[in-house]
Write a protein that binds this ligand. Structure first.
Ligand code: PLP
Length: 398
């Protein structure tokens, strides 16, 4: 039998991290000692009180059946309670909050709820690859909004052509941003609300990094802006905030029609997240701030090691105020040496892997406007980050 994949699957670019993983595995097999600054996945364990709660809940047989629905009532109450403490807004746990199996699935599923074939979806580029994949699965048409350094990595909404806007049904935004580490000022969110209302566009704010901020930075929720509730849904994740990537837990809050349509898609495709995990999630949301503050301090120190080191080498890099990413412009001398190559960010990533045993991610993997940059993460110890800087100093002077 000839087995052929559907067009929608063929249209997807290769999932970036799988490619990197192949290169990484090969280097490991060759016996290299790798400093992995590639994928954004916390190296530290899930916070202890959350694991302890899970240990209890897993024995409770009432947690063992199909979860179904929008998530445990107690979970949704914990979500809206957390939101109110953190950002001050009030959501109805019955209709305006939804449990997710990690925010990735919800981002991927959202276009299925709203996009008809040919509808346009505005997507930040560089960006999290799932915005594009979800759009293509729903037979939507991605329209890229470049995130450029000269605009502080915010999309320029004013240059999107009117004929595109006529066909646009949904837009994704994501701050603090992966991969650029940019944060958005209030004025940007205000502009988005006006824009969305004017053109009748649903806004999905991916707030996966809302709690990963440093120094005196204040990150915002989309719903701190008046009128945002008319147009928006916001996705939050336990993954980065509580070191819970493997647990698969997130939540959405927002406009109740948006929440209920997403719940309807999910109700037909999944059966919700394990109740014991949702209960552990409640414990996470109710943790004293000290726990997440301590985590932030760890990342802050790591960031200072890596960014300080890169700057001492003369590399052009902004000190990230949020996320655990460092977005690095390919050094001009290196770019010049490889100016005829298809991708200078790909070349630099390969060079760093082969010469220094450092794993990083080419910006172009997040979209064409990411070309010219690479991304490093700080999901490893200060010692390993120091080791990375040392290797760069010794072997990567351009
Ligand atoms: C990590 C990440 C997510 C989602 O993570 P989940 O583990 O699925 O909750 C969503 N958006 C961005 C930009 C991310 O980097």
């Amino acid at each position: 039998m000839k087995i052929e994949r559907a067009e929608r699957l063929k249209k997807l670019p290769p999932y970036l991290f799988i490619e990197i993983d192949k290169m990484k595995r090969k280097a490991k097999e060759d016996g290299m000692d790798l400093v992995d600054l590639g994928i954004g996945d916390p190296d530290l364990p899930t916070l202890k009180p959350i694991i302890e709660e899970m240990q209890k809940e897993i024995w409770d047989a009432s947690n063992h059946q199909y979860p179904l629905g929008s998530g445990l009532k107690d979970f949704r109450v914990a979500v809206t309670g957390w939101y109110k403490r953190r950002f001050g807004g009030v959501f109805d746990p019955e209709t305006e909050a939804l449990a997710l199996i990690g925010s990735k699935e919800a981002i991927g599923h959202l276009p299925l709820a709203f996009i008809n074939p040919g509808d346009v979806v505005l997507i930040p580029d560089p960006g999290y690859p799932v915005y594009n994949a979800g759009t293509i699965f729903a037979e939507g048409v991605p329209y890229l909004m470049p995130l450029l350094e000269e605009n502080n990595f915010l999309p320029d909404l004013d240059i999107i052509p009117a004929e595109i806007l006529k066909k646009t049904k949904l837009m994704f935004i994501n701050y603090p941003n992966n991969p650029t580490a940019a944060i958005a000022p209030r004025s940007f969110y205000e502009k988005v609300v006006v824009f969305a209302k004017k053109h009748n566009i649903i806004v999905c704010h991916d707030a996966a990094y809302s709690e990963m901020f440093y120094d005196d930075t204040k990150t915002m929720s989309f719903f701190e802006i008046e009128g945002a509730r008319e147009v928006g849904i916001e996705m939050f994740s336990f993954s980065k905030t509580f070191n819970m990537t493997g647990w698969r837990l997130g939540y959405a809050v927002g406009n109740k029609e948006l929440i209920s349509a997403l719940a309807s898609v999910k109700g037909n495709l999944d059966s919700g997240q394990f109740h014991a995990i949702q209960r552990a999630g409640i414990a996470a949301l109710n943790l004293p701030d000290k726990w997440t503050n301590d985590l932030r301090k760890i990342y802050e120190k790591r960031r200072d090691v890596l960014v300080g080191g890169l700057k001492s080498l003369g590399w052009s890099v902004n000190n990230p105020k949020a996320t655990f990413y460092v977005w690095i412009k390919v050094p001009a001398a290196f770019a010049k040496m490889h100016k005829d190559s298809k991708s200078i960010s790909g070349e630099l990533v390969k060079f760093l892997l082969q010469n220094c045993g450092i794993v990083s991610t080419p910006g172009v993997g997040f979209g064409k406007y990411g070309e010219g940059y690479i991304r490093m993460t700080i999901c490893t110890t200060e010692e390993r980050l120091q080791e990375a800087v040392k290797r760069l100093k010794e072997k990567c002077r351009f």
